[in-house]
Each structure stands twice: as structure tokens, then as C-alpha cells.
Design a protein around this ligand. Sequence first.
Ligand code: COA
Length: 255
Amino acid sequence: MSTDILTHTEAGVMTITFNRPERKNSITSAMYGALADALAAAEADATVRVVLLQGQESIFSAGNDIGDFLNKPPAGMDSPVFRFLRGIAAFPKPLVAAVCGPAVGVGTTLLFHCDLVYAGDNAAFSMPFVNLGLCPEAASSLLVPQMLGYHRAAEALLLGEPFMAEAAMEVGLVNRVVPPTEANGIAQAIARKLAAKPLSSLVETKRLMKKGQQALVIQQMAEEGASFGRMLQEPAAKEAFGAFMQKRKPDFSQV
Ligand code: COA
């Protein structure tokens, strides 16, 4: 059995750990499947009251595993990546994240679906979809402008350059910036604090906060997914991914 995604439940908190640091916690299709299954199990299990997502002190996630992604591109809305994205967007119980080091692509966009985010001061968030010849996913084209305001969202999504923990806290993506050695522990303590509260009140409060745009989020994800799938086959993405594999700079002058 793969250990790339670890789950552990204690004190009402299911902790889900990206555990592939040698590949910078990049996410394969099998890992998306494991993440989607873990969220479904957490939703169904009455003893799980809160879910915490974490990586290690030096890395949260480098986003999609590029090789795996090219070999097994997502095939439709039932593919593991979309099961995970719908799962995280619709997850009814509180979701907490602890983020240290790079959080690239979906490593950042998944955070827009979390309720509380604690970041190590080394956290670097980036959504470089344009630099990969792609477009945003996980409803980030809707949620990023809402949270950051249009111009900062355009900077984050069109330029795709990393922004650090303090900047993420300023725009509201992060609740607190802490030393990387403490991030997972602080997030775990907050998750346990939440888990001690009445679950029915947590779930209802989250539902009421999110209900205004739940349908819109799912619709945006589907539209992004269709564009993303098409763009993955086009010359710009082919050049970007080819360049990544060959460890060279991409040349977009022809696309
Ligand atoms: N997919 C597959 N492999 C990846 C990966 C990814 N998304 N991100 C990193 N890796 C691999 C690297 O190729 C490298 O493999 P190697 O040891 O065989 O050369 C290994 O993980 C370590 O990565 P490296 O780039 O040396 O680490 P770093 O600390 O210098 O940089 C990142 C870390 C995350 C900033 C950098 O790896 C990166 O930008 N990755 C690509 C992220 C990306 O574009 N994701 C979007 C996918 S849609």
C-alpha cells in the first residue's frame, strides 16, 4: 500500500499528510484518489469532527506530479483529481491546513476551500498555471479574485509568481504565520480545539457561510476543468511540460 498520503485520526481530528517529500509532495492520480477517499471517509465517520491537511516543515506540495499528469491526464469529471476537488469544495466539516515551504498550483488553490490556514514563515504560494500554458483550477478563477481583489488576483494568476506567508496573511488566505517547526503542531491544536465544539453547530455555521456560492464553485470548477483538459493538449502546455522534464526554460514565442 502506498504511503504517499498518510491518514491518522485522534481526538476527533483526521490528519491527512502529504508524504512524498522526495518528489516535493507532488500529487499523482493515485494520491488524488487517496485524498478523495480520505475526505469521504472523514465525512461519513461520526468520530471525525475536523480534518487537518499538512505536509512537512520544508514542503507543502509542488502541485500535480507533472510526469504522472502527462501519462494519465484527467479523464473527465469522475477522475480522481475532480473527485478530490469536488470533495474538498463540498466538505461539510471544518478543514484546517498547515502550510510550510512551497505550495504550488493545487497546493495553493486547495487552501481556498479550507476554513483555517496556518503557515510557516517559509511558505511560498504560487499558481503558475499561465506559465504552464494552462488555466486556473479548483474554482480559483472565482475564489482568488474574491479574496485578493481583482488586481492582486491578476498578479497572482497572470504572472504566477510566488508570494510569501506574510503577504498571504495580509490578503486573508492565511490566519497566522508561525515558525515552520511549529506549524503542524499549532494547526493540530486549533483542529482539536474545533473538534471539542458541537459538530452540528460547526457544520451548520460552515454551511451557512458557504451556501451563497456553493453551486457557483462547482460550476466554475467544471468549466475550468473543461478548459484545462483542452489546454493540456495544446502547444503551450506541451512546450511548458517538455521544458520542465528537460530542465530548461520554456520558449513561448511561437504559441
Ligand atoms: N512533478 C513532478 N516532479 C516534481 C515536481 C512536480 N510537480 N516538483 C518537483 N518535482 C521533482 C523534481 O523534478 C526533482 O526531481 P529530481 O530530483 O529527479 O531532479 C525533485 O522533485 C526535487 O525538486 P527540486 O525542483 O529539485 O526542488 P526545489 O526545492 O529546488 O524546488 C519546487 C521545489 C516545488 C519550487 C520546484 O520543484 C517546482 O517548481 N516544481 C514544479 C511545480 C509545478 O510547476 N507544479 C505545477 C504542476 S501543474
